[in-house]
Design a protein around this ligand. Structure first.
Ligand code: ZN
Length: 136
């Protein structure tokens, strides 16, 4: 497997529109799209910056993973995603090396990427997402 770059940083927020003001009006970044990911019960706003992007995540359901995260830890950085060249191979490598995977098989995340999460207990406390995109 090859890890190519930081794909995005996932930030859990209570209110997408409110938080966008900071990123757009203060930092001058541009939101290039919003998407609802039903499976994750989340609404995502994409803010590309340089070679990676910030993804703001607002829960669409009080029982969703982002709502639960905010209940426990408050708003803030929820996960870091690394772009890999081959996600199936990356998952195999992780398992071979004893890394606990939340997703043993890739699934589809925001923007049509194939993604898989590694358990924070195996990664030094960070929820790490592996991400592969077709166009790369
Ligand atoms: Zn993500």
């Amino acid at each position: 497997m090859k890890t190519l770059k930081v794909d995005h940083i996932g930030i859990a927020v209570k209110n997408l529109e409110e938080t966008l003001k900071f990123y757009e009006d203060v930092l001058g970044m541009e939101c290039t799209g919003k998407e609802e990911v039903d499976e994750q019960k989340v609404r995502v706003a994409f803010l590309p910056v340089g070679d990676s992007e910030v993804e703001l995540l607002e829960s669409t359901d009080p029982e969703g993973p982002i709502a639960k995260y905010i209940d426990k830890k408050g708003e803030g950085i929820q996960h870091i995603a690394f772009r890999v060249d081959n996600i199936e191979q990356a998952i195999e490598t992780m398992k071979e090396k004893g890394i606990r995977m939340i997703d043993e098989k890739p699934r589809y995340g925001a923007g049509g990427a194939k993604i898989a999460f590694c358990h924070p207990k195996s990664t030094g406390g960070v929820l790490v997402e592996l991400s592969e995109r077709e166009n790369d």
